[in-house]
Write a protein that binds this ligand. Sequence first.
Ligand code: IPE
Ligand code: IPE
Ligand code: MG
Length: 242
Amino acid sequence: MTTRDVPRHVACVMDGNGRWAARRSLPRTSGHRAAETTVIEVIEAARSAGVEWLSLYAFSTENWRRPDTEVDFLMHLVRHVVRKHAPLLLARGIRCRFLGVTDSRIPPFLVRDFGDLTTLTGANRGMTLTVAFDHGGRGDIVEAARSLIRSGVAPEAVDEREFAAHLPFPDTPDVDLVIRTSGEQRISNFMLWQVAYAEWIFPQVLWPDFRATHFLECLRSYRGRDRRFGGITPNANGEPRP
Ligand code: IPE
Ligand code: IPE
Ligand code: MG
């Protein structure tokens, strides 16, 4: 197995908005607002670099534990971002879709906006942008199990490929690179099935300060990784090829 120069699928855990604001003695919501610029820069940088799949973790199923005011702010902010940047996403040939979005607490206007952007960009083939919103990796796996059971498939017929076909957006390839900003080193229930063999990078920089240059630096670092997938890599010491 060889490593492609550019990761095919990059997934970002956009973390550190609250701390960005706290360092400036601002309310947490200012950090979320400042994240918009980063989101657009990263999308543009990924598209230009030739990344085929970009997934952004915007709101987890656990984020419902936050105060109502913050949750409400995030709902309106995401609406603003989705509507404002729809023409840009269309122009860049980016296909957009939303992973999760099952909780009835999500305002109907937002569900509509998500549907509108999905439809608007549905024929694009440049890059697939998956926004994980009200997403939880375990929840997706449980849903896949339910779907399998409903399908009546025989237990012996279930293998990894068959199981994965029941996950939401089953065309999604495995994640090659996960970037989690803010120095936190955990997965927080993000695309658990798809990150099984991902490479990980944990930049210290907080998401609102993360720029295209940081993203490109992550891609450079990825190029230096030796992905073995459990096998061995032939090396200069004359060890046998796998
Ligand atoms: C990430 O930033 C944004 C969301 C989870 C919606 P945080 O809000 O988690 O920022 P910190 O971790 O508190 O700094
Ligand atoms: C993960 O960040 C979720 C998103 C980035 C949307 P959190 O800040 O919510 O994760 P924890 O609480 O630090 O694990
Ligand atoms: Mg956080």
